[in-house]
Design a protein around this ligand. Structure first.
Ligand SMILES: Cc1cc2nc3c(=O)[nH]c(=O)nc-3n(C[C@H](O)[C@H](O)[C@H](O)COP(=O)(O)OP(=O)(O)OC[C@H]3O[C@@H](n4cnc5c(N)ncnc54)[C@H](O)[C@@H]3O)c2cc1C
Length: 439
């Protein structure tokens, strides 16, 4: 007992010592998280109703990661967090249940500049933390913001012609237009790089595209699809802007998904679709060029995985403090504090890894091996966190009425898209052994 008291006094004394450091982390600066689990309806009606201000570490940033941003980016991120927590998170549950897309939120997202974070000079860390805040509130909309920036705006900006940039970037960056990234096919997922079978045949100033695509995000609502097809002339993979409404192009929504239910994934059919040569991205002459950008989008899923784990933690902590069993808050039980600690530990490990990825990105040193390792590791941890969080809510963990089931399902998608867990692990294995184990 004496030992414990002495130790406590020692810790308190030494922790207080940090007070003299002017850079000391100030918890009060963290915007509060709005918890929803206690009374969902009243919280939806009045998002300002929150106990979070009274919680220790309301933003759960135990590693002081948000502090790494400079002041203007931190302030911008605070506004973005408030938007996602107050506007997106409460509304998203109904849209997720109905598998519908909340079109009206696009304008509000545009007002926060979320359509153009890829090209507005934001730091890699800021961009990553935007994805975290988005995924913490809703994984589908974080997928929309991520795919839009990393794979549509980024591709056109880096690999498009000047005319394509002039035509699309102003509208894309304020969400007046959406693109869909169409790579995966019904017969080719993990082996898409070698197996891609959609064809593009040059006839004069046009290309004729034939084939099918599967799982394409925003496929039914986008203004165009960025379609990856094999040139029947040289056998190389090229990319084409195929506008919705083109003759021979059709998109059919894929329903009944267990996660990412707000994202409108689609099967695309391309039946002799004619596109002008001007719609081909001149910067893509083979798959290697696309891979350069795909490694960054792979890393983006790591930020999503970190964000969803913070969302899982927010919900689990809130529930543990409000739910009573055996006459007391379940937060008082050791076996409830254990998963809370595990979830937050996983979230912080994921975030810290992603900060390392952002550092490599800002030094232009990110390679596919680090992106694959980060994607695989964070999504593995996210899956574990989702299972812990789901169990912590008991029966209420299996219904999206208490949010957790929504995050549980969404986490499964993170594990699989942008290269499955297994494929990303094989990329890491090949890089560190020099031996490919793909086939
Ligand atoms: C909700 C959702 C959204 C998506 N959004 C998009 C999108 O917007 N655009 C797009 O282009 N794609 C998208 N995808 C596609 C996604 O990238 C693929 O699902 C993913 O790459 C896996 O391909 P597959 O589903 O065909 O699985 P398969 O490749 O058929 O894999 C099946 C299983 O086999 C394993 N496997 C395969 N090959 C090997 C191997 N060599 N060694 C060991 N194991 C192996 C896999 O890991 C997996 O477990 C999305 C997918 C989902 C589910």
């Amino acid at each position: 007992m004496i030992w414990i008291t002495c130790k406590y006094t020692w810790i308190s004394k030494h922790l207080e010592g940090f007070g003299s450091n002017p850079k000391r982390y100030d918890k009060a600066r963290e915007p509060p998280i709005v918890p929803l689990s206690e009374d969902l309806e009243s919280r939806r009606a009045n998002p300002a109703t929150t106990r979070a201000g009274a919680l220790p570490y309301p933003g759960a940033d135990l590693m002081h990661i948000w502090e790494l941003l400079d002041e203007p980016e931190r302030e911008r991120l605070e506004a973005i967090r408030a938007f996602f927590q107050d506007r997106v998170r409460p509304e998203s549950i109904g849209y997720w249940n109905r598998e519908e897309f909340p079109h009206h939120l696009l304008q509000e997202m545009a007002a926060h500049g979320l359509g153009g974070i890829q090209v507005d000079g934001s730091s890699a860390l800021f961009k990553g933390l935007v994805y975290v805040e988005a995924a913490r509130a809703d994984v589908s909309l974080s997928a929309l913001v991520g795919i839009h920036n990393e794979l549509i705006v980024g591709m056109i900006h880096e690999l498009g012609s000047q005319a394509q940039k002039d035509a699309w970037l102003p509208r894309l960056t304020n969400f007046a237009a959406l693109g869909a990234f169409a790579l995966t096919e019904p017969g080719h997922g993990s082996d898409i790089a070698g197996g891609l079978s959609t064809t593009a045949t040059r006839t004069g100033d046009e290309w004729v595209i034939n084939g099918a695509k599967r799982w394409i995000g925003s496929g039914t609502i986008a203004d165009f699809a960025l379609v990856w097809a094999r040139d029947t002339g040289d056998g190389q993979i090229k990319a084409f802007i195929v506008e919705a409404g083109s003759q021979g192009f059709s998109a059919t929504k894929i329903g009944n998904k267990i996660g990412l239910r707000i994202m409108q994934n689609a099967d695309l059919e391309l039946d002799h679709v004619r596109v002008p040569e001007a719609n081909r991205l001149p910067g893509v002459t083979n798959f290697a060029e696309a891979n350069e950008l795909l490694k960054h989008s792979r890393a983006w899923v790591g930020w999503q995985a970190a964000g969803v784990q913070l969302g899982i933690f927010d919900i689990a902590r809130d529930y543990s403090l409000t739910r009573e069993q055996f006459g007391q808050q379940i937060a008082k039980f050791q076996l409830v504090q254990l998963p809370l600690s595990e979830i937050l530990g996983n979230a912080m490990a994921s975030l810290s890894l992603m900060v390392g990825v952002a550092r490599l990105q800002s030094l232009d040193k990110l390679e596919m091996v680090q992106a694959a390792m980060a994607k695989a590791t964070t999504t593995r941890l996210a899956r574990e966190s989702a299972a812990r969080g789901r169990a912590l809510l008991g029966g209420n963990g299996v219904t999206s009425d208490h949010e957790m089931a929504k995050l549980f399902g969404d986490t499964e998608i993170l594990y699989t898209y942008e290269g499955t867990y297994e494929i990303n692990s094989l990329i890491v294995g090949r890089a560190v052994t020099g031996v490919s184990a793909f086939v």
